[in-house]
Design a protein around this ligand. Structure first.
Ligand code: G3P
Ligand code: CA
Length: 295
């Protein structure tokens, strides 16, 4: 009788253990060492997975999703007006081919701002965004201020030569003085032109493409460390060695463009300093990305 009770007791103990196993495992996965800094979430072209890239809707959504930074690609129209746009031409993200059928290849800097303003920059993404316009950088800043958005801007100069105009605008709105901006570019000369124009403490990030990233890491990092504070790496190139080598030279590491949950978890666990994503709400749902603010 006594032995039978022991067996039954053991049986219940095992059952209890097996039933609680998933909870124990989930708790273990959620536990994070508090010293590990948070990877910054950079809304790539705004929340461009949910709204047309580089529109006020996309930036507004990125702010609502509490992105740590809002990325804006900046170009100049023919009359010098600074606009938020990724491509050098208008065909992919506007109805330029319909509105200006004889202006191929629809290069942005072949159009005045008044001409750009006539374009629909939303329908290509989804009909519910019909009528969205290409915003000026000034309008983006004014919207963020009007809606009391705290998130800093992460400006990419898409063409060299616009640095003074960009800095002038940021200064006018107090973003420079408040250090509410970070700069990036694929053009080293653009970052080198920015350095003397900006106050100390504002970071410059050198973007590299896949070809550059696969052509000699240490030499590249040595060059970049002379004038920049960080490197922007494509997802395909980033490894623990890259992160260690860059950090070893005092360079922060940002990675573009990271949308898949397994990649987000892998990069956050790797300790990259920031990641560009079209879905700024996703990292918050990944344990490895939920940590103390970095700085
Ligand atoms: O700046 C990171 C990433 O945005 C660079 O690539 O082509 O999306 O501007 P792209
Ligand atoms: Ca960009």
């Amino acid at each position: 009788m006594y032995m039978r009770r022991i067996t039954v007791f053991r049986f219940y103990l095992c059952t209890l253990f097996l039933l609680s196993l998933p909870i124990v495992l989930a708790a273990a996965a959620a536990w994070q060492p508090s010293s590990q800094p948070k990877t910054a979430v950079i809304a790539h072209r705004g929340a461009s997975g949910y709204a047309p890239e580089h529109t006020l809707s996309s930036y507004r959504l990125a702010a609502r999703m509490q992105a740590d930074y809002i990325e804006v690609d900046v170009r100049a129209a023919k009359d010098g007006k600074l606009v938020a746009l990724h491509d050098a031409t208008l065909a992919r993200t506007t109805n330029a081919e319909t509105v200006y059928p004889r202006r191929a290849p629809w290069r942005v800097n072949d159009f005045s701002f008044a001409e750009l303003r006539r374009l629909d920059a939303g329908s290509w993404f989804h009909p519910r965004f019909a009528g969205e316009r290409i915003p000026t950088l000034d309008e983006v800043i004014q919207m963020l201020k009007a809606e009391r958005v705290e998130a800093p801007l992460y400006i990419e100069t898409k063409q060299p030569g616009i640095e003074e105009a960009v800095v002038h605008l940021l200064k006018k709105h107090g973003f420079l003085q408040q250090r509410r901006v970070m700069f990036q570019s694929f053009h080293p000369e653009s970052l080198q032109a920015l350095r003397p124009l900006i106050p100390h403490g504002i970071r410059l990030i050198q973007l590299v493409d896949e070809k550059e990233a696969h052509s000699g890491r240490d030499e590249l990092l040595q060059q970049i460390a002379v004038y920049a504070d960080g490197i922007g790496l494509p997802l395909s190139a980033v490894t623990e060695e890259w992160v260690r080598a860059a950090h070893g030279r005092g360079l922060i590491v940002h990675v573009y463009t990271v949308n898949e949950p397994h990649d987000l978890a892998r990069l956050c666990a790797m300790g990259v300093d920031g990641l560009f994503t079209d879905y700024p709400d996703r990292p918050g749902r990944i344990a490895a990305c939920r940590r103390l603010p970095r700085h």
